[in-house]
Write a protein that binds this ligand. Structure first.
Ligand code: NDP
Length: 347
């Protein structure tokens, strides 16, 4: 791949330098900048542009939130052997997750299951990197968090739930892990904003207007409420996420997170729940370890044999290309990031 009019190609190191340099130039501490840049660059590399370097300009609004801590220093506590706790200290949640991960993995491997409860983190990154990091160490991973209360419950009329993403990963010896990662809203908020920008109507079933009536007008839905995917099923799943990553770990619901924002338009500040499971412990205890792994692989094979694809496979294919030929980044975004560096001079 070579640069073209719309894109330039960067190496992994150049991409990381760009993101890390942007964040540190705006005063973010080195450990936080390294952790956040790493996750954003992984999304960019794997073709997840919506959660890649496009997020960098918005970090300035987050860092301007009155509570944001550019020098947050999250500390890891073992509340019980199965419950690891990290307070993100009002910084970006990525550093808290990175610091809690080794103890989560060690304890889940030994106990069969453990959770990492993160509090008070500003969060807007994709969830798959953390569950993939768990799965490449031989464990299954599950992660979830609330956002802001933009989503109406199925049958309701106004915002009560977040877009509440959930990600899951299962380790596959000899293959990259099985990973899915998506929001529980029918569509991403950014997608609805794109329809508005392009003057197009959104599909029915994505949202309600301010009066709680179904609407295909993106502006009316952004002012009203989004809808969950899958009707009452998505609504219940989003509620479970809200409960487990909110009250269960003594942190904010999506409504409380929105109130905490105080119109700053920062990334949502809330809790994050990450679980790790040892997928072979029960099988091994019952003398069926090999059988369990074979059954999992048989399931994946049956899915693929029908022509369906496994979630994660598109990302892995893009990752291979990026590793071989460099990572394409939109020229306009690259220029915008450079122009927003504090030492950028006009002209
Ligand atoms: P999508 O609806 O695009 O679904 C993405 C997931 O579904 C991926 O795992 C993808 O795999 C898989 N997938 C897509 N198409 C297929 C298919 N045809 N067959 C099998 N699997 C498929 O995701 P969303 O728009 O809801 O979310 C996108 C991102 O936004 C996520 O990473 C999420 O974490 C993030 N997000 C983060 C929030 C936060 O609070 N930080 C809030 C909301 C969303 P593949 O990647 O291989 O295509």
């Amino acid at each position: 791949m070579t640069d073209n009019r719309d894109e330039i190609i960067l190496s992994w190191e150049e991409l990381l330098d760009l993101a890390h340099g942007f964040l540190t130039a705006h005063g973010l501490s080195e450990p936080q900048a390294r952790a956040l840049a790493g996750v954003l660059c992984r999304s960019e590399r794997d073709g997840g542009r919506s959660h890649g370097l496009q997020r960098l300009p918005g970090t300035l609004e987050t860092m301007a939130h009155p509570t944001f801590n550019k020098h947050a220093d999250p500390t890891v506590e073992e509340l019980t052997p199965a419950i690891i706790h990290v307070d993100a200290d009002y910084g970006f949640s990525t550093l808290a997750a990175e610091r809690g991960l080794p103890l989560l993995v060690a304890n889940a491997r030994r106990l069969g299951i453990a959770i990492l409860a993160i509090n008070n983190g500003f969060h807007s990154t994709a969830l798959w990197p953390i569950v993939e990091d768990i799965a490449v160490q031989g464990l299954a991973g599950l992660s979830m968090n609330p956002t802001h209360d933009w989503v109406a419950p199925a049958g309701g009329t106004g915002g009560a739930l977040g877009t509440n993403p959930i990600a899951f990963a299962w380790p596959r010896p000899g293959h990259p892990p099985y990973v899915f990662d998506f929001a529980t809203s029918a569509a991403a908020r950014a997608d609805i904003a794109l329809y508005r920008q392009e003057g197009r109507q959104i599909p029915s079933g994505w949202g309600l207007d301010r009066e709680g009536q179904p609407s295909t007008d993106p502006a009316a839905v952004l002012a009203g409420a989004m809808l969950p995917f899958g009707g009452h099923k998505g609504s219940a799943l989003a509620t479970m996420i809200e409960l487990l990553a909110g009250p269960f770990i003594a942190d904010r619901t999506s409504r409380q997170s929105a109130q905490f924002d105080q119109q700053a338009k920062a990334a949502p500040c809330h809790g994050e729940l990450i679980l790790a499971f040892n997928p072979t412990l029960i099988g091994a205890a019952l003398g069926k370890e090999g059988e369990s792994q074979d059954a999992a692989e048989d399931l994946f094979a049956r899915i693929e044999q029908q022509g369906a694809r496994l979630p994660g496979s598109r990302r892995y294919a893009i990752r291979e290309q990026s590793n071989a030929r460099g990572i394409p980044i939109r020229r306009a975004l690259h220029e915008k990031i450079i122009s927003m560096m504090p030492d950028a001079r006009p002209g």
